[in-house]
Design a protein around this ligand. Structure first.
Ligand SMILES: [Zn+2]
Length: 122
């Protein structure tokens, strides 16, 4: 027998059995006997990933890419692109900056070395 949730205005929530053919909209509260209304549970909403991604036209091929994460990722991979996750973009920016600074340092060292070799060293 299925159980249903009811809420007594005085004693709060309780469970009661109910047969499908019975009227299960109300059940007497076990504490006071006053008919209590059934609690309707909102069904859990499941949003599939398929629905989050809207189809788009691939800027490389002009072909329509399906509205799913996998379709987007596969298309980007096909064109040698990488799908950034949240937060990854910031890490990538930092990595590029570090890379750039390292190259500048290297170049400055080379300049110093050459200047030293030519007798212009500091
Ligand atoms: Zn009650």
């Amino acid at each position: 027998m299925p159980t249903y949730d009811y809420r007594c205005s005085t004693h709060g929530r309780f469970e009661a059995f109910g047969r499908m053919k019975d009227d299960t909209r109300e059940a007497p509260c076990p504490s006071c006997g006053v008919p209590a209304g059934k609690v309707f549970l909102r069904p859990t909403m499941i949003v599939s990933e398929e629905r989050i991604y809207t189809p788009y036209e691939c800027p490389v091929t002009g072909k329509m890419i399906g509205g799913s994460r996998r379709a987007h990722e596969e298309n980007l991979k096909r064109h040698g692109c990488h799908v950034y996750e949240a937060g990854e973009t910031r890490d990538e920016e930092r990595r590029r900056e570090d890379n750039f600074n390292a190259q500048i340092d290297k170049a400055m060292e080379a300049v110093d070395k050459t200047a030293g070799e030519l007798g212009y060293g500091v």
